[in-house]
Design a protein around this ligand. Sequence first.
Ligand code: PLP
Length: 453
Amino acid sequence: MRFLSTRGNSEPLEFADAFAAGLAPDGGLYVPESLPSIDSLISDNTLEYPELAAAFFKLFDHDHSSEKIDDLVHQSYSTFENPANAAPLIPIADKTHVLELFHGPTFAFKDFGLQLVGNMFEDQIDRTGKSINVLGATSGDTGSAAIHGLANKEGARVFILYPEGKISNIQERQMTCTGADNIFPIAIDGSFDDAQRIVKDLFGDLDFKRRAGLSAVNSINLARILAQSVYYIHAFNQLKPSQKSDVRFIVPTGNFGNVLAGWIASRMGLPVKGLTVATNQNDLLFRLFNDGTYKPRQVEPSLAPSMDIQIASNFERFLYYHLKGDGEKTSLIMKKIKEGEEVDVPNFDPGLFSATRTDDEGIMKNIRKAKEEYGYIPDPHTACCFNHIESEETSVILATAHPAKFPETIEQSIKESPKHENLEKLKELEPKKVNLTAETDIIRQYLESNILI
Ligand SMILES: *Cc1c(COP(=O)(O)O)cnc(C)c1O
C-alpha cells in the first residue's frame, strides 16, 4: 500500500517511509492510496483489542512482517489497564454509551496513537541504526503521551517545550516525573504560542534539523490516525445487534485527528449513521460544518485546553478526500488558509458530520447534567459531548481523558473531586526539568548539548 501527499506533489511512499517522513516534502500530509474494506473485522464475537489493531494495521503496513506488527501492537497496548479491552464501552442509558479512551499510561486518548508511535520509532532505530531526537511543544496532553511513548527507549531522546505555570500541575508532573534519563522537559518563560514558534523555527533550520536528526510527534502523524480508527471498530463490535443500525459517535474535537479516524473507519465499511464534532468555545469546526466556511480566529483559553486550537491540522486530509483526491486544489485552499484567508470550501457537504459547540459555562453545566442524568462524571473535554443526546438513536460518546486529570473544574462543577491512584502517586515523585528563556537560540544551544548523535 502506497501513501500519497494531500498536495499531490511528492513521491508516493510505502508505510515505513511515510511514517518516518512525517510531513511530505511538498508540505502535504500522507494519506493511504486506497481505503481497504474492513468487513472481515466487523463481527459480534469481539476480537481482543491488540488482535483487532494488528489486523487493521496489516491492511496498510506491508513493510513490517506480520509477526513484527503483532509484536509492536501487543507491546503498545500492554501498558493499558486491560489490554484485551483497551477501550471499554460503558452503557450509561438504554441507547447511550461512553467509549472510555483514558485507560492508557497518561489517562488520555492520545496514548492509543503515541504508545504505538513510540514502539515504531524504536523499531526504526533498530533497523536504521540511527538515533532520533524528538522535539515538540505541548499545552498538556500530547507532550506527556509522547514522553510516555518513548521513555527509556534506547537511541531516542525527547525534548518537550511547555509554558511554565500554564499547564496543569498533573500534566506537568506526568512529563517531569518519569525518572527516565532520555526525557528532557523544558519549561519556558512564555506562552504556548512561543513554545510552538520556537519548535517551528528549529524545524525550519534545515541544517540543524538534519544534524540533530529531529523528529516530530504531532497530530498529523499517520500512525496516530490509523491507530485511532481501531477503537471505532472495537466499539461497534461491542454493541448489541439491535443497536448497530443507527450508531452516532460524538467526539470531543480539536485538531480533527480523532473524529477523522472515525470517518476513515466509516469509509472502510463501518456502518456509521453520524459523526458529531464536539468543540469548545474555539469553534472553528463547529462553524465550518454549519456554513462551509473555514475561518480561524484567535484562541480563547478554555476549560477543555486540549481542544484550544486555531487551525485544525487534520482537516487537510478530509479536504483532500472531499476534493476527490485533487492535490492541486487542496494545495491552493491550504495556501489560502495558511495566509489567514477565510475560505469557502467548494460544494461543501458535511455528509456524516454534524457539530455542536460548548462554552466554559456549558462545560460546567454538562458535567452536572451527566452526573445527574446518567450517573457519569465526564472530564471537561468529554463534557462537550453532552449537549443534546438523542435518545432514539444509539450514541457512543468518546471519553478522551480521565476526569481526575482535571480535578479543579470537576470540583467547581459538582463539588466532588475524582481521583486516580496513579495520579496520586505522582505527587510523591521528584520532578526533573530545566527552565529556559523563550528564545530560539537558547533552546537550540540546550538541544545541541543534549541531543543523541
Ligand atoms: C487532544 C485531545 C482532544 C482533541 O483531539 P483531536 O484529535 O485533536 O481532535 C480532545 N480531548 C483530549 C482530552 C485531548 O487530549
